[in-house]
Design a binder for this molecule. Structure first.
Ligand code: GLY
Length: 394
């Protein structure tokens, strides 16, 4: 077998997957002096290429996800420094916009839901202000007259994930990360440890440690022992992009979102006039078809929220696959197979969690352990639950 290792040597780390999580992991690992390679036929792609880039720790809060909230908040706090560092390393503008978010209600059910969310946010010590419909429209004059109230969350911002991917690629290259633009055929396991990967051309990428960061494909890598296969599944999201003509700017000043008849819809306005409308949430396996029904539902709900939106040019329709996990939280760090680490399962929070994931994985790769803030996200938590179930007395 041929060896593809950088400089003919075994590298310290090979990252499987060059999406946002794989790239941030590789960048941080290389910065700490680890010889790092990334294997991906098209690095800089994946779910983040489709994502709107909301940094929505507060407005996407759910019951029972307090550990995830703590991680999301830590990553949101890290964002300004992360963006500054990446911008200074690459000279690239990431479209980070500290614009805040307004979550609104269109009918009595939506309003009840939003009141519940507000109570949960307050109980969790988060900043969020209840506004009347009139106050919402004063902030965002394009909102429909029927808006019944809303939550103003000034701490939930946005970044442009496409720019972020491009900057991470450049930063990785500058930091010496070696890219192998190929599919990974399987994990290489020798004795009781992972020792690299085999690429689709049969070449071997030998490494002391392998980080599996293949998003929704993370459960499909051949050679991973069944007990450590991450329980990750694809959750389809269809997303639209519209363009606000210069003459109509600013169309919206901040991210506007709502629950409409039980489905989430959000509108994310960029400074360059792009308006991202998302997103469906569909359990359809590895299907990235953009459907008439998906586009219809997004436009129908977005139109109820902001009627003037139907006059804007529709510039793109696309579907991506979120890597969903059983508890909606990521799987981070060492597995029970020595040499294999995970950085996957980020579900709705991949863009938000990029800074935290980079730091956590770099810590795990250099010390062999998870930092305190990440212990709740150890991949072993699902295996432990399965063990307890099988060990119940009958
Ligand atoms: N965080 C937004 C989404 O997953 O649709």
């Amino acid at each position: 077998m041929r060896s593809h290792a950088p400089n003919g040597a075994t590298c310290d780390v090979v990252v499987v997957g060059g999406g946002i999580i794989g790239l941030v992991t590789a960048w941080r690992a290389a910065q700490r002096g680890l010889r790092t390679a990334v294997a991906d036929p098209e690095p800089g792609g994946g779910a983040a290429k489709v994502a709107a880039g909301m940094l929505a720790a507060v407005t996407e809060l759910h019951y029972g996800e307090q550990d995830l909230l703590a991680l999301n908040l830590a990553s949101a706090r890290a964002y300004p420094d992360f963006v500054a560092e990446l911008t200074s390393a690459t000279g690239m503008d990431l479209g980070h916009r500290t614009c805040g978010t307004l979550a609104v209600a269109l009918d009595a059910d939506d309003r009840a839901h939003l009141r519940e969310l507000h109570a949960l946010q307050r109980d969790s010590g988060l900043e969020s202000e209840w506004l009347t419909g009139r106050e919402c429209r004063r902030l965002e004059p394009m909102l429909a007259p029927g808006v019944r109230g809303g939550l103003r969350v000034d701490g939930d911002h946005q970044v442009d994930p496409r720019r972020l991917l491009a900057a991470l690629l450049r930063a990785c290259q500058s930091a010496g990360v070696v890219f192998h633009r190929r599919w990974v055929r399987r994990l290489r396991v020798e004795g009781d440890r992972a020792t690299g990967v085999v690429l689709d051309d049969g070449g071997v990428l030998a490494a002391d440690r392998v980080v599996l960061a293949a998003g929704s494909h993370s459960a499909s890598l051949d050679g991973v022992p069944p007990s450590v296969v991450p329980p990750v599944r694809p959750v389809k999201g269809q997303v639209l992009r519209l363009q606000v003509p210069r003459a109509r700017a600013p169309f919206l000043n901040r991210t506007v979102r709502a629950m409409v008849r039980g489905s989430h819809v959000y509108l994310v306005p960029r400074e360059n006039g792009e308006l991202v409308v998302g997103a469906t949430s569909e359990e359809l396996g590895f299907d990235t078809t953009v459907t008439a029904g998906g586009v219809y539902e997004l436009l129908r709900d977005a139109h109820e929220l902001v009627p003037g939106l139907t006059e804007l040019p529709l510039t793109e329709t696309r579907a991506g696959l979120r890597p969903g996990s059983p508890d909606n939280a990521p799987l981070l760090g060492p597995t029970e197979l020595p040499g294999l680490l995970l950085a996957t399962g980020h579900h709705r929070n991949g863009v938000l969690l990029a800074p935290a994931t980079g730091e956590i994985l770099a810590h795990a790769l250099t010390t062999g352990e998870l930092p305190e803030q990440a212990r709740a996200f150890s991949p072993g938590r699902f295996r432990t639950a399965a063990h307890h179930l099988t060990e119940q007395p009958t």
